[in-house]
Design a protein around this ligand. Structure first.
Ligand code: COA
Length: 356
């Protein structure tokens, strides 16, 4: 079986910069708290009614195509990862396809919902399709418009200050050198703690799981024999129960355990050591998480790419944005061993090793 490689990469972030200072004028938070706990100084917010998750994804995809030397019409397959889709359905994959003007092509489109590890899942899917010879140009996009779905009241401050908007994309193609390209991808999940970091409403059956877990909840669902009115109830609107929720410390502790674990797993499979890693590009969840992972792997500061300070956590977009920035800065050179890793809601986590 041949290898696949990242042949082109691009990213897009909206123009509007939102500083910690600006957020502290809206909710009870401060620049000091946010920087100390997360490392974030600012993030970007898309232009409401002008930009969406799929249009930002398309902007990143156009750059990735150009750098891969292909026209968007040559894309065989699209994998779109997001937790903030334009519509409940259809997914962003087909909307991006239309945005790129390639609706007459033969390309298929797949949407995946793996939150912060969505890009790694997408990359792995692309890798399998290309390695087996099924497709030659697979577009993988991670894009998020978080700003449309955050709680800007004090109640939501622990989540809202962390997240930002943006998009990243890659084109995966067959590698002509068997030594180079994606060496391995490792994917994991465990739904035991699904509700620890979740966006429960609107959903069709959120109450079912919570009842089974013995949790007290009251989303104002109509009686069990009533149909309709299930996605959003009046009570959800009244009580603001349609925002993401997170148990931050629980997520933090699991993240610092799973990141190194899944990186070691990829290294072991490929017979490599942490000392072989040229650059680690971790999902940008929290600067303190990245620093703890760095320390546990024994990597120097210049071997880890962090940009959470500028963009916050952009979930599915964070790994491709960071990888693209590192590449543009000349930090990813031919022959380098690049390690990607992510952890997030689900929980889902994964890693990839790429010989550039
Ligand atoms: N501004 C000011 N104070 C805030 C705040 C904010 N934005 N958000 C929470 N606080 C307060 C809390 O209310 C709490 O106050 P209390 O002590 O009076 O009860 C205090 O700060 C500490 O809250 P806590 O949640 O324990 O803080 P923390 O040190 O765990 O930091 C996170 C919070 C969210 C930054 C941190 O837990 C984290 O980054 N977790 C991982 C999140 C993550 O990676 N999510 C994405 C997964 S990919």
């Amino acid at each position: 079986m041949s290898r696949s490689k990242i042949a082109g990469i691009g990213y897009y972030v909206p123009e509007r910069v939102v500083t910690n200072q600006e957020l502290s004028g809206i909710m009870d938070t401060s620049d000091e708290w946010i920087q100390e706990r997360t490392g974030i100084r600012e993030r970007r917010y898309g232009k409401k009614h002008e930009e969406t998750t799929s249009t930002m994804g398309a902007a990143a995809a156009r750059i990735a195509c150009e750098r891969a030397g292909i026209d968007p019409s040559e894309i065989d397959f699209i994998v779109f990862a997001t937790l903030s889709p334009d519509y409940y359905f259809p997914g962003c994959g087909v909307l991006l396809q239309r945005e790129l003007g390639i609706t007459k092509s033969e390309a298929g489109a797949l949407d995946i919902r793996n939150q912060c590890s969505g890009f790694l899942y997408g990359l792995s899917i692309a890798d399998q399709f290309v390695k087996t010879g099924m497709y030659k140009n697979v577009l993988v996009v991670g894009s998020e418009m978080h700003s449309m779905g955050l709680d800007f009241s004090d109640r939501g401050r622990n989540v809202t200050v962390i997240f930002g908007d943006g998009a990243g994309a890659v084109i995966v193609q067959p590698s002509d050198n068997p030594e180079k390209g994606i060496l391995t991808t490792k994917l994991h999940s465990d739904g035991t703690y699904a509700e620890k970091l979740a966006f429960i409403n609107p959903g069709a059956h959120g109450g079912y799981h919570l009842t089974k877990m013995g949790e007290e909840f009251d989303y104002g669902y109509p009686p069990a024999d009533t149909y309709g009115e299930i996605f959003i109830t009046e009570k959800m609107f009244r009580d603001g129960q349609y925002y993401p929720n997170m148990e931050g410390q629980f997520v933090f502790k699991l993240a610092i355990q799973k990141f190194p674990e899944v990186i070691h797993e990829a290294l072991k499979e490929t017979g490599l050591q942490t000392s072989d890693i040229s650059l680690l590009v971790p999902h940008q969840a929290n600067l303190r998480i990245s620093q703890m992972v760095q320390r546990s792997l024994g990597l120097r500061d210049d071997q880890v790419w962090n940009n959470i300070q500028k963009y916050g956590n952009t979930t599915a977009a964070s790994v491709p944005i960071a990888l693209c920035e590192a590449w543009e800065a000349g930090k990813v050179k031919e022959g380098d061993l690049v390690c990607l890793a992510a952890f997030g809601s689900g929980f889902t986590w994964g890693s990839a090793l790429i010989r550039w």
